[in-house]
Design a protein. Structure first.
Length: 485
């Protein structure tokens, strides 16, 4: 593998106008997942820095909530423009953060721009509602949609820019301020985002960035001035956050994991179904996505053909250096993740699933990085670990079904409920199946993920609340009723 020398930006804590190169939480040594070697020291916020950031955000909130909505719209639009103008920088930082290949990370940037501009447009369109008139009962009543105050945002490592764009613009458009805790695994992207926000004219203290580990996350969740938590991550961490929030009666938005079923009917366009299903499970982001269709549920009459198509497609995916333009899949995020995924693959084989391609760590010139072959299993038991537990790696399960009801039952058989996928030319069937799937969204015949205008969020252990659309704005507003006798 050709080594590409890419300068690593300094990682800092951003609290108001301050840029801090050290924090009381210690230092995390960032490991480049493409080489397995240390490449940066990440200063970690501790309780003290989180407290400072929240108090600065609270002071900034007192002014930001009174900022004219048109001005909030203007600076958020400017932020969207700046993100777009720095597309190449964000793509490079994503490759440094978690090994995302440049083609994949570049494709994420227009999504972040779209979300930022979409919520900028909402800033001056938040309205009240008259709920009773004088003629009704002698009172005049109306509602006020008001910001919560300081929002604590804990973002994920697999797509930090998109995670920022799904939370920060909506929170700010509604009049809140925010303290963001990026993962220590992916420290680079959030710094540029915060710098561009300042350049766009967003006042100091409105956005604060405190990279940190579990200690910082707990301090942010438990801080009395933080009025709501928005979290993207896994169910295990979510349970800890919810336990703390239950003690404080603090509301949350939880965007968690998924084990999304992808139902392929016999009448589907198999070129599209197999291409999308393979790329989005073992290709893009090396399978490290919560909404990816990691269970392909295939009608038996086309099952063998689909298995062969998927095997062939997976074999063509180039796994390699994230800075090479033809790379489709990069490494997984760290060695711990690699070992966890390999252990699941080994157990799946012991459980009787049929490995049709992949299943091994990649050796040779990629051996020092955390690279895994795109892996596909056929004949997977719908109730096995592989079909029930989120892998968060490049592993696809293929399961057969005979009729519509069986397909729906298999798709609904996990405790997750984030996304569902359907491929069929029969739109009546598509609508019926979409209604029956127990998920937060259903994507039919290759509809794209993460549209800013669409509410996104799951049920079950996939979370609660919504990001995207008007519902995503409403998460950052509370309703006050005013009544005049």
């Amino acid at each position: 593998m050709t080594t590409v020398a890419v300068p690593r930006p300094a990682v800092e804590l951003r609290i108001g106008s301050e840029r801090l190169s050290a924090g009381s939480g210690g230092v995390h040594q960032h490991i480049d997942p493409s080489t397995g070697r240390p490449d940066a020291d990440v200063p970690l916020a501790g309780v003290a820095e989180v407290d400072r950031a929240v108090r600065v955000a609270h002071e900034a909130y007192l002014g930001w909530r009174r900022t004219k909505p048109a001005e909030r719209r203007r600076v958020l639009m400017q932020l969207g423009d700046l993100i777009e103008a720095h597309s190449a920088d964000f793509a490079r930082l994503a490759a440094l953060d978690n090994g995302s290949p440049l083609p994949a990370s570049s494709a994420m940037i227009p999504i972040a721009v779209e979300w930022t501009r979409y919520y900028a447009g909402w800033a001056d369109k938040i309205s009240s509602e008259v709920t009773a008139s004088l003629r009704a009962d002698g009172e005049f009543s109306y509602t006020l949609a008001q910001p919560w105050g300081v929002i604590g945002a804990i973002i994920t490592w697999n797509g930090p820019l998109v995670s920022l764009a799904m939370k920060v613009p909506a929170a700010l458009a509604a009049g809140n301020t925010i303290v963001v805790k990026p993962s220590e695994l992916t420290p680079f992207t959030a710094g540029l985002f915060a710098d561009l926000a300042a350049q766009a004219g967003i006042p100091d203290g409105v956005i604060n960035v405190v990279p940190g580990g579990p200690e910082a996350g707990a301090a942010l969740v438990e801080h009395p001035l933080v009025k709501k938590i928005s979290f993207t991550g896994g169910p295990a961490t979510a349970r800890k956050i919810l336990h703390s929030c239950a003690e404080l009666i603090k509301p949350t938005v939880m965007e968690l994991g998924g084990k999304s079923g992808n139902i392929v009917f016999a009448d589907a366009d198999l070129d599209t179904a197999c291409g999308v299903g393979t790329m989005m499970s073992v290709g893009i982001l090396s399978g490290q996505g919560c909404a990816f269709p990691t269970r392909m549920i295939v009608q038996r009459t086309v099952y063998d053909e689909v298995v062969e198509r998927v095997r062939t497609t997976a074999g063509f995916l180039k796994v390699g250096n994230p800075f090479e333009s033809d790379t489709i899949s990069g490494p997984v995020v760290n060695e711990e993740a690699l070992n966890r995924i390999l252990a699941m693959i080994e157990r799946a084989q012991a459980d009787g699933a049929r490995l049709i391609t992949g299943g091994k760590r990649i050796e040779g010139e990629l051996a020092s990085g955390f690279y895994l072959e795109p892996t596909v299993f056929a004949d997977v038991d719908p109730h096995s670990e592989l079909a029930q537990v989120e892998v968060f790696g490049p592993v696809l399960s293929i399961i057969a079904f005979d009729d519509d009801d069986e397909a729906i039952d298999i798709a609904n058989s996990t405790p997750y409920g984030l996304s569902g996928y359907v491929f069929t030319k029969d739109l009546r069937r598509a609508h019926r199946v979409a209604e029956e799937l127990e998920t937060g969204e259903v994507l039919i015949n290759g509809a794209m993920n993460l549209g800013a205008t669409r509410p996104f969020g799951g049920i079950g252990i996939s979370g609660m609340g919504k990001e995207g659309g008007r519902h995503g704005l409403d998460e950052f507003l509370h309703i006050k009723t005013v009544s005049i006798a």
